[in-house]
Design a protein around this ligand. Structure first.
Ligand SMILES: [Mg+2]
Length: 247
């Protein structure tokens, strides 16, 4: 008997995609193309939407005590202050909507021009397609924006595989280590938490899902941070998704 649950909810980074793709390919792509992108679209509506969010975020951040905060100014130094603000946010790995939206737009360009191809471990698609044939429904839940998730699958190394997934969830459902995020997702899908199997590489996320009443298992992919054997001892730890099809 393969997996019992009807809904398979997948984390992306470290679970079906290598952490290295995100860390060594996606993020440097933004860093390396940021100045060009902003110069090219400066004054254009498409960029202005992103800049407005960044300015709003900077206004909020100016009242906080974030270390190294870079204000966004107007006038001659406006463009440079925006670039510096984005670099600062990236340097401390902030997860603001403003930063994510801009990153998503820069990645979109990279995917469309063929420079970026979304990484998926080789077991992922064969297993997911078998699970779909067994009547399972596949969703993702990632801290990457739903747009960024969509591009990764639309422009994956195996071509457009977005039809495998029913819907992408991001932190609009709540943070990944928060219990209510998983109840929110179950409500959105219209199932009980017990019908969901959540797969992730991060123990605290798996624990939150369990507390919400979902089931969860951990993935140990090459390049992932090692799992604490003691703390993760109550979880099934899988090397690949093939184990979902086994007894
Ligand atoms: Mg992960």
């Amino acid at each position: 008997m393969p997996v019992q649950e009807t809904v398979i909810l997948l984390d992306i980074e470290g679970t079906i995609t290598s952490i290295s793709f995100v860390k060594d390919t996606l993020f440097p792509y933004v860093t390396n193309n940021l100045v060009n992108y902003i110069n090219k679209l400066w004054g254009k509506e498409k960029l202005e939407i992103d800049l407005e969010l960044l300015r709003e975020q900077a206004a909020i951040d100016s009242n906080s005590e974030l270390e190294g905060f870079v204000p966004i100014v107007s006038g001659d130094n406006a463009k440079q202050s925006i670039i510096d603000n984005i670099r600062w946010q990236m340097s401390i790995d902030r997860k603001t909507t403003a930063l994510k939206q801009l990153q998503g737009h820069i990645w979109k360009e990279g995917y469309e021009n063929g420079v970026l191809k979304g990484h998926l471990y080789e077991d992922v698609l064969p297993v997911l397609n078998k699970l779909i044939k067994l009547g399972k429904r596949i969703y993702t839940y990632s801290s990457g924006s739903t747009n960024a998730q969509e591009y990764l699958f639309q422009y994956s190394m195996y071509g457009d595989v977005s039809n495998v997934f029913i819907k992408y969830f991001d932190t609009k459902m709540g943070p990944k280590n928060s219990v209510t995020s998983y109840t929110n997702i179950a409500n959105d899908i219209g199932v009980n938490c017990g019908d969901i199997l959540f797969l992730t590489d991060i123990l605290t996320e798996a624990e939150a899902a369990i507390k919400a009443g979902c089931n969860s298992a951990l993935l140990e992919r090459p390049g992932n941070a090692p799992l604490d054997p003691e703390k993760s001892s109550t979880f099934k730890i899988m090397k690949t998704l093939n184990e979902l099809l086994e007894n």
